[in-house]
Design a protein around this ligand. Structure first.
Ligand code: NAG
Ligand code: NAG
Ligand code: NAG
Ligand code: NAG
Length: 654
């Protein structure tokens, strides 16, 4: 029996050795190392130094690294079983029993850990997994303490704040109310790629409100500690931590912030909640917290907002422009251009340009975007207005550096740099540029460049693009219930109102015995007003307006005359024609419909054919030449009458 017993004890020995080595191998991940500050529940300050082996006065026994579900996040989350290091008992004292505890760590940023510590277990008999609930499920935000790294590692502020804001603030202690002073501002200006410290700090200026006791007058320079995303209940919030590097009171030095990304507030404001002390646990909604901030974007302060020159007189007014991605409302007065661009239903962007220098058609403007830090110089090349259309080009933006500003004639230099014709071509290979277009809004009608009565065939990229019959409201006279033999698609712009194009997808073309249309009560499906047209790069463009168009009120068309009696039109989905769009395009992205028109005037239509390719859009409408008109019966009768009269009178004379 002896050998067997020996074997068993050998096994036990090996087990002990294995366990011992496992405990020794438990190293705390480097992501957690550092000297941290955190606040206990009772508000007392605590320091915890974490290194490879020790977590304050705890040593690591076992560690479980939690699987990182997202590949793009740095750091690790871990649950550790730890043991309190026993001080050697002083003579006469009895040794206190062992203390094992569980520590769950959520790695948030380089500077922030969130930690849950359990109470003491006297033994670890039940095993790591049973003892520590965090082994299977990490704690939620209300169960953790936030650890702030004392020697901050630098992180970029861009995920916390970016831009210039005015803010209102309200503090939950001491009473008072909302302090709304225009001088309360957050200035978080980034210098892309710069190695300077301004990427990592931002300034918060609190201004006093005389009626709010808790308001203060102070500018604080905060250093960013990073931001993270966490669920509070069912909502995912963005948290951020910041440090006031000069504050001595450590409880007030670190602050935790909470916001919701993509807040959809109608007035474009952004809400933040800020803690008073170095804690994140009292932040759990956008409307309730120690400090409530409401931020509003403002234009950066710059001396270059004051205008120095005038824009062309006749472009003042309200305009509409369709960019590649967004459409904007443009408001122009003598000196300023303002773009109001909706990014989505709630968010918008405002850009102000102010005229600084001009030469010919070129205007050097300064550009500021509300909420952004930079002031840029850009050059506008504005073609004289025609119809309700202004065409322009924007050059490469350029920023004024401090060095340049120190030079005496820097404005001249800036003009030469920004307004040189070369600066309008972003890429030299890109010779196929087009002018941007401003459309007067609300539009004023102009004579359409295409006139006459046509039947058409349409090619569409999808059924929705096609013109189809629709009943436009209640007809004032009921339709005549006639059986129509000939139904065609009709497009016309006749003499009654030459600034309108009427489209009827199913028009009854049959005429009665007098040659009058029996479909005379037919209502056109769509009525478009012509707003302007021009020729650019040998292509004719037309802008129309249709208030009832659900996709885009303004539409851009490329039109072309194919023969004496036929035309071809390509309709764009928006007010912007595609760069390479030809009159035959309908499958190109951004287009969708092509129409082929054939002249189809009937005896009583009074709808002569007109065509203007837009070569000189400045010419007056009266020079549009009529290609052919149906002989008018009335004038024929007059001629016959005159002829008869002449004959009679000559007979009488005889
Ligand atoms: C750590 O856990 C939190 C909360 O579950 C999670 O949001 C975060 O992405 C995790 N971090 C890593 C590095 O896995
Ligand atoms: C032109 O518009 C700007 C910006 O909207 C405004 O500040 C300025 O006072 C206006 N100028 C005139 C002459 O109305
Ligand atoms: C606007 O003014 C320019 C000259 O400043 C002129 O060439 C152009 O024809 C004018 N356009 C209209 C529509 O009045
Ligand atoms: C311009 O075209 C040339 C030759 O086709 C090419 O080598 C060059 O990379 C292009 N440059 C840009 C900026 O696209």
């Amino acid at each position: 029996m002896a050998p067997v017993r020996w074997k068993v004890s050998a096994l036990a020995l090996t087990l002990v050795c294995v366990m011992g080595s496992a405990a020794g191998q438990c190293t705390i991940p480097t992501d957690f190392h550092g000297d941290y500050y955190w606040m206990q529940n009772d508000g007392s300050d605590t320091n915890t130094v974490i290194n490879q082996n020790l977590w304050g006065d705890l040593s690591c026994i076992s560690i479980k690294m939690h699987e990182n579900s997202l590949s793009n996040v740095e750091g690790v989350n871990a649950t550790m079983l730890m043991k309190k290091i026993q001080e050697t008992p002083k003579p006469g004292e009895t040794t206190s029993s062992a203390c094992y505890l569980c520590v769950d760590v959520l790695y948030r940023t380089k500077n922030i850990l969130q930690v849950r510590r359990s109470g003491c277990f006297t033994s670890m008999e039940t095993g790591f997994q049973r003892m520590c609930p965090g082994y299977d499920k990490l704690p939620s935000v209300d169960q953790v303490k936030t650890y702030f790294l004392q020697n901050l590692k630098t992180v970029n502020c861009i995920t916390t704040f970016e831009g210039v804001y005015q803010f209102t603030y309200e503090v939950a202690w001491g009473g008072g109310g909302i302090c709304d002073n225009l001088d309360s501002q957050v200035k978080a200006c980034q210098d892309p790629g710069s190695a300077y410290v301004d990427n990592e700090v931002f300034f918060m200026t609190y201004a006093r409100c005389w009626d709010v006791q808790t308001s203060m007058s102070q500018t604080i320079r905060y250093q960013c500690m990073g931001s993270w995303f966490a669920m509070v209940g069912q909502t995912g919030y963005t948290f951020a931590a910041i440090a006031d590097t000069v504050e001595k009171d450590r409880r007030e030095k670190f602050k935790c912030l909470l916001t919701l990304k993509n807040q959809k507030s109608a007035d474009n404001t952004i809400r933040w909640i800020m803690s008073r002390f170095a804690k994140c646990d009292r932040l759990n909604s956008l409307y309730d917290g120690p400090v409530r901030l409401v931020l509003r974007r403002i234009p950066p302060r710059s001396v270059f907002i004051t205008p120095q020159c005038n824009l062309p007189r006749n472009i003042s007014g309200e305009w509409y422009t369709q960019g590649i991605q967004f459409k904007s409302k443009v408001i122009i007065n003598d000196t300023h251009i303002k773009y109001f661009t909706r990014k989505n239903e709630f968010e918008y962007e405002e850009t102000y340009l102010s005229c600084q220098q001009t030469l010919g058609t070129r205007y050097l403007m300064t550009k500021v975007i509300v909420g952004k830090c930079e002031t840029d110089f850009v050059c506008y090349d504005i073609i004289p207005r025609h119809h309700g259309i202004v065409r322009y080009r924007v050059g490469k933006p350029s920023r004024l550096t401090d060095d340049e500003m120190a030079q005496a004639n820097f404005m001249q230099r800036k003009f030469r740099e920004t307004c040189s014709w070369m600066s309008f071509t972003f890429n030299r290979n890109d010779t196929d540029w087009k002018y941007e277009v401003l459309i007067l809004d609300p539009p004023s009608p102009v004579t359409c460049p295409i006139g006459g009565r046509y039947k058409f065939d349409q090619w569409a990229n999808g059924m929705l693009e096609k013109y189809a019959t629709r009943i436009r409201g209640v007809t004032d006279r009921p339709r005549v219930q006639v059986d129509c033999r000939i139904i065609i698609s009709e497009m016309k712009s006749c003499s009654q109102d030459r600034s309108r194009i009427e489209v009827d997808a199913e028009y009854c073309e049959a005429v009665d015995y007098r040659g009058r249309p029996i479909g005379e009560y037919d209502e056109p499906d769509h009525i478009m007003t012509c707003v302007g047209f021009w020729m650019e790069d040998m292509r004719s463009y037309l802008i129309t307006y249709d208030e009832e168009d659900a996709i885009s009120k303004f539409r851009c068309w490329v039109y072309e005359r194919v023969s004496w009696t036929e035309m071809q039109l390509s309709r764009s989905q928006t007010a912007r024609c595609q760069r390479g769009q030809r009159s035959s395009d309908f499958q190109m992205e951004g287009t969708g419909l092509m129409m082929y028109l054939s002249e189809n005037e009937r005896l009583f239509d009074d709808c002569p054919q007109r065509f203007d390719p837009g070569i000189n859009p400045y010419s007056k409408a009266t020079v549009i030449y009529v290609l052919s008109a149906a002989p008018s019966l009335f004038s024929a009768i007059v001629i016959i009458n005159t002829a008869i009269c002449v004959t009679i009178s000559s007979l009488l004379l005889l």
